[in-house]
Design a protein around this ligand. Structure first.
Ligand code: AGP
Length: 607
């Protein structure tokens, strides 16, 4: 998954474009490049590495010209090489393109184009598009692009410039996200809204199979068959600063500390003293017909789904199952009219989750999206959507999006329990009281940051770690392990605590730190204490996440990090914070690029 920017206007395109591109770097950072129209020719500069490093070496933002395209890459087809970096040109260097997506039929197209005499300079799928455009060009750039798009199969968000059209930028979208930014005598294209930061708040969201022709004074939209279409712009709410670091060393730390506010924003205007007011956001959802819920998601969002399963079955008494989106879509799932599918996604662009959503709809299910990015594909294709309102999450490791997902899923659960009359009014009031108490309690956990930074020093050199939890704490063990491995590259595994004796216990020795999520609850706390003793008996080191006031656990665990007591169902929003902070500090101490971990991307828009 990559990030693309385009600019046409009166300013220096490269200065504007590179500034916007920096805000897209979380989408991919193997390599980057720029192409501008200068004095009747195309100038391309590109290389391997991150944007700031490359810009310091190649002075990309100093390139002259008022029309340009810019790209930061997460390699899908073709290795990380200068040749494979975007932008790509035809062999005559009359056209240049940047692209995010996958061209499924690029091999056949490439063979055909080579047979027709085209000379390729990369092993990417993208390059076939620019050669097709060159082949079809007879004077009208938009028509050449439309003809090329008819030949390709797959996903694309692309920007095209041409020597013969120095004040024109053509863009097109199918499956990969793309927006148009509207300025004064200037237009932008970008892979997502935060990229346009301080440039403009007026945006136009492109739909699938749409093409736009931009000049400094005009924006004309077309369908793939060349018919003009009308589009309306919208004004984005959040300010550019919210996408900046705000004094923190990394976006990940900022977003960890934004969690109390994110939960407040997730519940704002959705609760009253004795009821959850979601009705207006779910118009037409027939709750009485819901007999079963299937949750589809990936990664951290899938962990949120596992916790939602506990919530929905405990409070709303609705049978719930959680599926990896990538598995669900190929499993011939059993869907009937009583099935509600929840699609959970921070970005709203994860290809597997989007495909699972489409599969569910095709089989007759209603789909409710739990999404953070407004205007994203999953938000727009869901029958109903509840936004998490966490604000832009730039760090690749998901933190505030996770806890705001849990907050929204909790409100949905209580709302369903209320409408289905399985939750009495006093329980509803108590559940609302519990979540209202959460932001302050989360703030208290964040005050442990310095202590956790100290604890992190012990694990910087570790090569493995085990995370254990029971019940609702098992998904937190999984999420804690995911956080550690994705930002520090230490192998970490989450496991149900009871399962440890069925194999993983063989791993325990004095070198293996074992993080145990042991917040107090009625049924499993004593069992978890036994698991801690089993680890200690094999010289393992135990770091426990426990409830404030629990003096018992300190007699057994080597390190105890305590979080305030809330309900069992809401305890994950507290117990995850120490594990997020621990992963962050271990990664920083190991010199890892916390906001842009190797091989990862913020939104995985490819299958
Ligand atoms: C989580 O820290 C990872 N960045 C990743 O697992 C992520 O949760 C997953 O790719 C799903 O993304 P989404 O929520 O945007 O769909």
């Amino acid at each position: 998954m990559c990030g693309i920017i385009g600019y046409v206007g009166y300013r220096r395109a490269a200065a504007v474009g590179m500034n916007c591109l920096r805000r897209l770097e979380y989408r991919g950072y193997d390599s980057c490049g720029a192409a501008v129209i200068t004095n009747g020719s195309i100038t391309v500069k590109k290389g391997i590495g991150k944007i700031d490093e490359l810009n310091a070496a190649l002075h990309l933002d100093a390139l002259p010209g008022h029309t340009g395209i810019f790209h930061t890459r997460w390699a899908t087809h073709g290795g990380v090489t200068v040749e494979n970096a975007h932008p790509h040109c035809d062999e005559e260097e009359q056209f240049s393109i940047v692209h995010n997506g996958i061209i499924e039929n690029y091999v056949q197209l490439k063979e055909r184009l080579i047979a027709q005499g085209h000379i390729f300079s990369s092993s990417t799928d993208t390059e076939v598009i620019v050669h097709l455009i060159a082949q079809y060009y007879t004077g009208n750039l938009r028509e050449a692009v439309l003809r090329a798009l008819h030949d390709i199969e797959g996903s694309y968000a692309l920007g095209v410039i041409a020597v013969n059209h120095p004040t024109t930028l053509i863009a097109a979208r199918h499956e990969s996200p793309l927006i148009v930014g509207v300025g004064d005598h200037e237009f932008f294209i970008a892979s997502d809204i935060p990229a346009l930061g301080s440039e403009t708040k007026k945006i136009i969201i492109m739909e699938n199979k749409e093409v736009v022709e931009l000049t400094p004074e005009s924006a004309e939209f077309f369908s793939l068959d060349g018919k003009k279409i009308t589009k309306n712009h919208q004004v984005v709410e959040w300010d550019a600063q919210s996408a900046e670091k705000g004094g923190f060393d990394h976006f990940m730390l900022k977003e960890i500390f934004e969690q109390p506010r994110a939960v407040e924003d997730a519940i704002a205007n959705r609760i009253e003293d004795s009821c959850i007011t979601l009705r207006e956001e779910l118009p037409g959802l027939d709750i009485s017909s819901i007999k079963r819920i299937i949750i589809v998601a990936c990664g951290t969002s899938w962990h949120a789904g596992l916790i939602a399963e506990f919530m929905l079955e405990e409070l709303a008494r609705i049978p719930t199952e959680v599926e990896y989106a990538s598995e669900f879509r190929y499993r011939n799932p059993i869907i009937d009219r009583g099935t509600l599918v929840l699609a959970i996604s921070q970005s709203g662009e994860t290809a597997d989750t989007l495909a699972a959503l489409r599969e569910a709809k095709k089989r007759g299910a209603n789909v409710l999206g739990i999404v953070n990015v407004i205007g994203s594909s999953i938000a727009r294709e869901s029958d109903f959507v509840l936004f998490t309102h966490a604000g832009p999450e730039i760090g690749v490791a998901s933190t505030k999006a996770f806890t705001s997902q849990l907050a929204v899923l909790y409100l949905l659960t209580v709302y369903l329990g209320e409408v289905k009359k399985v939750l009495p009014i006093d329980q509803i009031r108590n559940r609302i009281r519990d979540i209202r108490a959460l932001p302050l309690q989360m703030q208290r956990v964040l005050h442990l940051n310095a202590d956790i930074q100290e604890i992190a020093k012990k694990y910087v050199k570790k090569t493995n770690a085990l995370y254990l939890g029971r019940g609702i704490n098992y998904p937190i063990a999984l999420e804690g392990a995911l956080k550690l491995k994705e930002v520090s590259y230490i192998h970490a595994e989450g496991y149900p605590a009871a399962e440890m004796k069925h194999g993983p216990i063989a791993l325990i020795d004095e070198h293996m730190p074992v993080f145990v999520v042991a917040t107090q609850d009625d049924q499993t706390y004593k069992k978890v204490m036994s698991n801690i003793e089993e680890v200690k008996a094999r010289h393992g080191e135990v770091i426990a996440i426990a409830t404030t006031g629990d003096e018992e656990i300190g007699k057994k665990a080597d390190v105890v990090i305590r979080v305030p007591k809330n309900s069992y169902i809401l305890s994950p929003l507290l117990s995850i914070i120490p594990l997020q902070l621990l992963s962050y500090h271990v990664a920083v101490l190991r010199g890892c690029d916390v906001d842009r971990p190797r091989n990862l991307a913020k939104a995985v828009c490819v299958e």
